[in-house]
Design a protein around this ligand. Structure first.
Ligand code: TRP
Length: 361
């Protein structure tokens, strides 16, 4: 098996534009380029439960939302295996064995875990399952022998843990697991899209998201209210594009074709930025253009979503089939893992034969 692409999301909410530019759009491209032997995308419900143990209903409700977002963004179950993490019990088994190969202090040093512990006020009381999720995530990746993990920068420490665990496992038990590499978003704006309020990050808890499933009216309302440049008070004032969310979004989403079709006065974003910076260009015009850009991109996604929403049982069917397929792959790796770890007792005819001889007097 050559190139195996694997990635996933916690199903804790609908996906928004930050998810789309940060990873979903790239996944669809990767899927359609076809340069891989296998591609898997999954919903990390087990991981989501590590900090939502008392709120399973939230996870349950969002499985279908995320599945609809995946499918409407263009992930195609014929090309990529879509599955649900908890449907693969082999993941729990592998996690258990990997936990023996890493120390508590190593996990404590993980910067992403550190930040999340602070964010969730877990300092005094860290759920053990939450603390161990980097190991569980290493199992997600290695059970499928993934080589390539498209993910954001914040996942780099998780990949480091996974690589270390692969090396430890292979040194200790023999070559079974494969070292994965992270595939970061190509462009910088895509790595962290700010919220509509201009805050550093688009995030559900900050209430500053545009969702893939928002209708055109909602998108326009949100775009109209976007944070721009607080010093740009009069039309003639020079404007600033840095830190101006409208321009950050245009950086992430607009194309020269959008200018040709919607705003031919400018050939490209650089010309628009020049005018804005010189002064004499109002925010509202820029917002109207951004709205057109976003809607052109979102409309086909909305249409596909609408179609998929008409047959929800079929979506569950897709996820079940994907989960069964993923489980088969995982079961194969676990056979190799158990053999390497010498816990494949019943499959080892030689063990049984030699012990039979030894014990018989
Ligand atoms: N930690 C990822 C997130 O918060 C989700 C995830 C779980 C994941 N397992 C993974 C991503 C394996 C890539 C590979 O978004």
């Amino acid at each position: 098996m050559g190139k195996v692409i694997l990635t996933g999301d916690r199903p804790t909410g609908k996906l928004h534009l930050g998810h789309y530019v940060g990873s979903l759009r790239r996944r669809v491209e990767l899927q359609n380029e076809g340069d891989y032997d296998r591609m898997l995308v999954f919903m990390a419900d087990v991981q989501a439960l590590t900090d939502n143990a008392d709120n399973p209903e939230k996870i349950r409700r969002n499985i279908i939302e995320v599945a609809l977002d995946y499918l409407s963004a263009g992930l195609d179950p014929k090309k990529c295996t879509l599955f649900i993490q908890s449907r693969i019990p082999e993941l729990a088994e592998l996690t258990t064995y990997l936990m023996n190969l890493i120390t508590v202090s190593r996990v404590q040093r993980n910067p992403t875990v550190k930040t999340e512990i602070k964010m969730r006020n877990f300092e005094a009381n860290i759920p053990l399952g939450f603390f161990c999720y980097p190991v569980s995530q290493a199992a997600d990746i290695t059970l499928f022998k993934a080589t390539t993990v498209p993910a954001g920068e914040d996942q780099e420490p998780m990949l480091e843990v996974a690589r270390e665990l692969v090396r430890r496992f292979n040194q200790t038990y023999g070559d079974v697991l494969v070292e994965p590499e992270i595939m970061l978003p190509a462009n910088l704006t895509a790595r962290r899209l700010p919220g509509t309020d201009g805050k550093e990050k688009m995030s559900k808890s900050l209430g500053n998201c545009i969702y893939l499933s928002d209708d055109a009216e909602t998108v326009w309302k949100k775009v109209k209210g976007m944070y721009t440049d607080p010093t740009h008070l009069n039309l003639s004032d020079p404007g600033h594009v840095e830190g101006n969310a409208v321009f950050t979004y245009l950086d992430a989403f607009s194309t020269d074709a959008d200018f040709a079709d919607f705003w031919p006065e400018y050939h490209n974003l650089d010309e628009l930025k020049d005018h804005y910076t010189r002064g004499g260009l109002g925010d509202m015009k820029c917002k109207k253009f951004l709205n057109q850009v976003l809607n052109r991109m979102l409309e086909p996604i909305r249409e596909r979503r609408h179609a998929f929403e008409q047959d929800i049982p079929e979506i569950y069917n897709i996820l079940k089939k994907g989960s069964d397929a993923a489980r088969e792959i995982g079961a194969q790796t676990m056979d190799e893992v158990r053999k390497a770890m010498q816990i494949d007792y019943f499959n080892d005819a030689e063990l049984i034969r030699s012990q039979a001889e030894m014990f018989k007097k």
